[in-house]
Unconditional design. Structure first.
Length: 628
């Protein structure tokens, strides 16, 4: 795992000869790669590459940038390419000469073979950058499911990319203004969805996409082309036979876990005691032929501690198990996270994720996680509700729910918990799926934001855009919901959380369930193999029964949560009120102080719970103080 930064321009970069400034930008990514650093500046000054390395494969020889045999093409990358041995053998047979034993060099020689389609041959998690000095081109590519991040700044004359925003901000001429569309999206979803970032002119390269940039020196113009090379497709013939599907899923998962154990350093696992992390840990012990180190965290708050479940799996496989009880000062914890995430991010489970990564990093450099199982195999309750709503044609029931909402709205706030449930149940299945994830409704945004930030239109809704694409392909409702989540919620929330918190601790997290072979198989499963008889992730649990004790599989879903709602029913509410009063959001004209005070006042009422929304405000205020 590494941190990368680089760029291409039609004019020499002003910092191309200012090595100290460039090195400072590279070193903003030192937490991603504390083991080694490298840089390359083109003789023209119109391109550069920088790299920080966390050594996992080819510990002594994997220095980057890596240059091809002719000296004209250079590569830097972040991530792991799990099929690199097979690719290396094939490329060597064709006469390619390798300078390292690293996995990433295979991408460089694949590019020499086919610059347009090289990325399609890579299996793994990666953000790749290839600079062709002679052709004045830069090619960027991001893995299929968006496990590894890739940001880029573009201003028509130059492009600067990096693994994190902080390195770009260290190199651009001036800090770009806040993207108001992104800020609204953050408060609606609790994260900023791709391709947006919180800044104008800086973007996320979406998962499964590549970017080609060519410097036309005659026209003094930089041309870029962003296009998809892969997307998940639910259109094919479906697997309906349970036994056949279970065997194929078992074999595919075992192969994915085995490939993810490839490393020149020890590999452990983050173990929550849930279905997905338990299955991944069990398979790692099975295919690896020995116990591994496992890591878990728990909270002292009742209902948030899953440590007893993690112990069951650890005992079954004899893992070297480490536990940590988490005690957090929310204010102090948020300040740390703000510096790591660079833009607003309100998934509060990042606190727990950071602490378990911190614990693991004291013992290993690589861990496996169970992320992706819920999105791929329909593990969330919202998928079951979509299935039920799609089968329910009860127009009378929906009309009744709408009547309850309208009649009660004059007495209670539209944000009352019971009213939100009735309002959601009055919609069709796909709108219900959306409403389950909305953090701030349009009504609440209208109260919270000032006029300049409030203005927007539904055409800017990225969630609706993903859904419209899936609807146009005619997929069943549950598959549409999964596709939207795999396109937005998973890469822009879950995987951002895992990447930033692990990299803050110089720890590599690998996600076998998001190997594209597994996600492509999940798309071939009939809905009846995902949700059956009230059991979500049905087939995945059937396969897991072969390895995991049943008491871990068939229990209420807890998730990786922290007690943020309880905090905001206690002293954190007053601390937030003090923080917001005259704070950066108010003085910057972003948040209407009347709206913020209204939320804080209503949080004290039993039928209102603004815990998640207030957490988003808390993070946003700290971010504004740090960056604005």
């Amino acid at each position: 795992m590494c941190g990368i930064v680089g760029g291409i321009s039609v004019e020499p970069f002003p910092f191309a000869r200012d090595v100290a400034r460039l090195d400072r930008a590279i070193d903003t990514l030192a937490h991603r790669g504390p083991d080694d650093r490298g840089r390359l500046v083109a003789s023209s000054g119109r391109a550069f590459l920088g790299h920080r390395r966390l050594s996992i494969i080819d510990l002594s020889g994997g220095h980057q940038p890596i240059t091809n045999e002719t000296g004209r093409v250079h590569l830097i990358y972040n991530g792991e390419i799990y099929n690199y041995r097979a690719l290396r053998a094939r490329l060597a047979a064709r006469g390619h000469s390798f300078r390292t034993r690293s996995d990433g060099e295979t991408a460089l020689h694949l590019y020499e073979e086919d610059a347009e389609r090289f990325v399609e041959h890579l299996a793994g998690m990666f953000a790749v950058a290839i600079l062709d000095e002679e052709a004045h081109t830069l090619t960027l590519a991001r893995d299929r499911n968006g496990i590894k991040p890739l940001y880029y700044y573009f201003d028509a004359c130059s492009l600067i990319f990096s693994s994190e925003l902080k390195a770009i901000l260290a190199l651009v001429p001036a800090r770009p203004p806040v993207c108001r569309r992104a800020l609204r999206a953050y408060l609606r979803w609790k994260y900023v969805p791709a391709p947006l970032t919180i800044y104008e002119n800086i973007f996320k390269l979406p998962p499964g996409h590549r970017l080609s940039a060519r410097a036309d020196l005659a026209k003094e113009k930089l041309e870029i082309d962003v296009r998809s090379y892969w997307r998940l497709d639910y259109s094919g013939a479906k697997l309906t036979d349970e036994r056949e599907a279970a065997e194929e899923l078992d074999q595919t998962l075992r192969a994915a876990v085995e490939s993810h154990l490839e490393s020149d350093v020890e590999v452990g696992a983050l173990l929550s005691g849930g279905v997905d992390s338990s299955l991944v840990t069990a398979l790692a012990c099975e295919v690896g032929g020995r116990p591994i180190k496992t890591f878990s965290v728990g909270f002292e708050e009742a209902g948030f501690d899953q440590l007893p479940f993690a112990r069951v799996l650890a005992k079954k496989y004899g893992t070297e198990h480490y536990e940590e009880h988490v005690r957090l000062d929310p204010m102090e914890a948020v300040e740390k996270l703000v510096r790591q995430f660079d833009e607003p991010f309100a998934d509060s489970s990042a606190l727990a994720c950071y602490r378990v990564c911190e614990a693991a990093s004291r013992h290993v450099k690589v861990v496996l996680t169970g992320d992706g199982g819920d999105e791929s195999f329909a593990g969330y309750g919202r998928y079951e509700e979509v299935l039920e709503a799609a089968a329910d044609t009860g127009r009378l029931r929906r009309a009744r729910n709408r009547a309850i909402v309208m009649s009660s709205g004059a007495i209670f706030s539209p944000e009352a918990k019971f009213l939100k449930r009735f309002r959601n149940a009055s919609h069709g299945p796909l709108v219900q799926h959306e409403e389950h994830q909305v953090l701030c409704s349009d009504w609440l945004l209208g109260r919270l934001l000032t006029e300049p930030y409030r203005v927007g239109d539904r055409g800017e809704d990225i969630f609706a855009g993903h859904r419209a694409h899936a609807v146009s392909w005619g997929w069943p409702p549950v598959e549409i919901a999964q596709y939207v989540d795999l396109s937005m919620y998973l890469p822009d929330d879950i995987l951002v959380k895992v990447d930033r918190t692990s990299m803050a601790c110089s720890l590599e997290c690998r996600v076998p369930i998001l190997d594209h072979s597994v996600t492509e198989l999940s798309a071939r499963l009939d809905t009846s193999l995902k949700i059956r008889g009230g059991v979500r992730k049905y087939l995945l649990k059937k396969v897991a029964e072969r390895y995991v004790p049943p008491e871990l599989l068939y229990r209420p879903k807890m998730g990786f949560r922290i007690p943020v709602r309880r905090w905001f029913k206690r002293d954190l509410l007053g601390r937030l009120a003090d923080l917001l009063e005259g704070g950066a959001l108010e003085s910057g004209g972003i948040v209407d102080p009347r709206g913020a005070r209204w939320m804080i006042r209503h949080q004290r009422r039993p039928w209102i719970d603004f815990g998640s929304q207030l957490w988003a405000l808390l993070f946003l205020e700290h971010w504004a103080r740090a960056y604005l």
